[in-house]
Design a binder for this molecule. Structure first.
Ligand code: DX5
Ligand code: ZN
Length: 214
């Protein structure tokens, strides 16, 4: 089963409630929230106060992507706000087993994200302890960047390491390349600009779902 997880980084913040309603009406099951700290990535997005406001309005699962240098400091607050998935970046974690345990002890899914230049084989010794690998298909920090096609090879490599793990892919995914992403083995598709493009969330989501069903 493949799911779409729209990234609200590309939503209309002046009208976020309406965008969230439209996503729910379009049968979205996962909402991807991009938390950026201005240290790990050269951009600052939003944090727990925003998630606190929107969480009660979301029926779908909250999927937290922590692009921050000290992810261990933020786990508890997003667990309390109802996160169903928390993903931390391999590149900033010295003690991965410890942070994965911190996430999993709350009964939620733990993910590790790898940047485009981080090799998949670095996950060999941790793959059995995690629920999800997030393959970045852009350097993190901004929406609307171009898909790095080498990510397709990396998705296949993760799938070879584990036939059951969730593989999430994030960055530059659109209606033209999403089929290749799925065929490579991904099952959770993050899309920002291509979901919110032209403000036609419902139509855009429907177009993704059509491709998922093909
Ligand atoms: C990038 C973020 C992504 C991004 C996706 O740092 O992690 O989730 O917002 O946006 P698009 O789909 O526009 O690349
Ligand atoms: Zn993301």
């Amino acid at each position: 089963m493949v799911h779409l997880a729209p990234s609200i980084l590309s939503a209309n913040f002046l009208n976020l409630g309406a965008d969230l309603d439209e996503m729910e009406n379009a049968d979205i099951k996962y909402i991807h929230v991009d938390i950026m700290d201005g240290h790990f990535v050269p951009n600052i997005s939003f944090g727990s106060p925003v998630i606190k406001s929107i969480a009660p309005h979301i029926k779908g699962n909250i999927d937290v992507h922590l692009m921050v240098t000290n992810p261990e400091d933020y786990i508890d607050q997003y667990v309390k706000l109802g996160a169903k998935i928390i993903t931390v970046h391999y590149e900033v974690c010295t003690h991965l087993n410890r942070i994965i345990s911190m996430i999993k002890k709350n009964g939620i899914l733990a993910g590790i994200a790898i940047n485009p230049a981080t090799p998949v084989n670095l996950l060999v010794d941790i793959i059995d302890s995690i629920d999800l690998v997030l393959v970045m298909s852009v350097d993190p920090g901004f929406g609307g960047q171009e898909f790095i096609t080498h990510a397709l090879t990396k998705i296949e490599q993760v799938r070879e390491l584990s036939s059951t793990i969730l593989i999430e892919v994030d960055g530059g995914i659109n209606l033209h390349n999403v089929k290749q992403v799925i065929n490579s083995g991904a099952n959770l598709i993050v899309a920002g600009s291509s979901v919110f493009e032209n403000g036609k969330i419902n139509d855009n989501v429907k177009n993704f779902y059509k491709i998922f069903e093909e």
